[in-house]
Design a protein around this ligand. Structure first.
Ligand code: AMP
Ligand code: MG
Length: 348
């Protein structure tokens, strides 16, 4: 048997031609400023009361299927309106054994309720229901009804020992203000374990990005204009971040010319009227961004900026009722308004 056979002249020419062809392809990609891109796999489905679109680059349909299964598993555990969920069982009986997922989310949510001094309060559910936001059967509850319900609202009374949670009589919890953000975190963990380094996870208004775009540039995430909930306020450039928005425009009803929305002030039992129309939070953690978008909306502009100054572990875009926009310093250069309107950048 011959080892290292010499190539015939014809073979050598063919090989040289192949090399030249390959080199010219590389040169062409170089000239175009790109390298071959990993393909996108994409799936859209309804879950957690919204429409989700997951786009994964360089992964396969297996990764997408696993991510979708994880969303559906978490929805089945966390949904307050699904009678078979762990949260529904806890609300019904006042005590329940929780899966590690639900226990972790509840435990971290209770910490965030404390950190935001109760602007986020996972026990606000009886109030949310009284306004009809769980069924779409909207009403404006009278003051006595709200006063009675507010007696039940107090996250400090929720007990979590090991995997067993318990509530005082009449109290009920709802993780709707944080569930999608935390789900984004869980999907990022799952997909990264599968080797995915670039993905855009759109969980309704919650955006979670893994890495940057396949060409190495930042993701450009559009932020809605709360004035109509349709047009765009601007675009924020991020990589490896969650971008989460809470706004009165997302779910509301009108009575006698007054608009009532789904984000409640746990201090009053009524929709939070803080002077803000929407809050977008950019943070490493989806859970933190989701908790804060709700809590800062309740707090209002000044308290939200104080919270940012005291913590500096997130950035925010605050849109006031008059349409003016405030962004925190870390977003300077990363956020671009799409039209003309007042913009203030707060640096310290
Ligand atoms: P988000 O869209 O993330 O701001 O969450 C709003 C949802 O969380 C509402 O639909 C309610 O189910 C619930 N919620 C409303 N107000 C609060 C609050 N202050 N703290 C905790 N959850 C709330
Ligand atoms: Mg939220």
């Amino acid at each position: 048997m011959r080892k290292n056979p010499k190539k015939s002249p014809a073979q050598a020419r063919a090989f040289a031609a192949f090399l030249a062809f390959f080199a010219s392809l590389l040169a062409l990609f170089g000239a175009l400023g790109c390298t071959p891109r990993p393909e996108a796999a994409k799936e859209t489905f309804a879950a957690m009361d919204t429409v989700m679109t997951l786009t994964v680059y360089g992964g396969g349909s297996d990764d997408l299927a696993a991510a979708k299964d994880r969303v559906l598993q978490l929805e089945a555990r966390l949904s307050v309106t699904d009678p078979d969920s762990e949260i529904a069982a806890l609300n019904r009986t006042g005590t329940a054994a929780l899966s590690p997922d639900t226990a972790e989310l509840l435990s971290r949510s209770l910490e965030l309720c404390a950190r935001t001094d109760g602007a986020l309060d996972v026990t606000v559910y009886p109030v949310v229901r009284a306004w009809g936001f769980t069924t779409g059967d909207y009403t404006v509850p009278d003051e006595d009804t709200l006063a009675a319900l507010l007696e039940k609202v107090d996250y400090t009374k929720v007990r979590l020992e090991g995997d067993t949670a318990s509530l005082p009589a009449g109290a009920e919890i709802d993780l709707g203000a944080v569930a999608k953000g935390w789900t984004g975190d869980q999907l990022a963990i799952l997909l990264r374990e599968k080797g995915v380094e670039s993905a855009l996870l759109e969980l309704g208004g919650n955006i979670h990005t893994i890495g940057s775009k396949p060409d190495g540039s930042d993701w450009r995430v559009a932020v809605r204009d709360p004035a109509d909930g349709e047009g765009y306020l601007g675009v924020v450039s991020v990589s490896d971040k969650a971008v989460v928005t809470s706004g009165g425009y997302e779910r509301y009803f009108e009575r006698d010319g007054v608009r009532y929305w789904h984000i409640m002030d746990p201090a009053t039992g009524a929709p939070a009227r803080s002077g803000l129309a929407s809050v977008t939070v950019v943070a490493d953690s989806g859970l933190y961004a989701d908790a804060l978008s709700t809590a800062l909306f309740v707090m209002g502009r000044e308290a939200a900026l104080d919270y940012w100054r005291a913590n500096r572990d997130f950035e925010a875009i605050l849109v006031s009722d008059d349409g003016s926009v405030t962004v925190t310093g870390g977003l300077e250069g990363a956020f671009t308004l799409s039209g003309e309107r007042p913009l203030a950048v707060v640096r310290a």
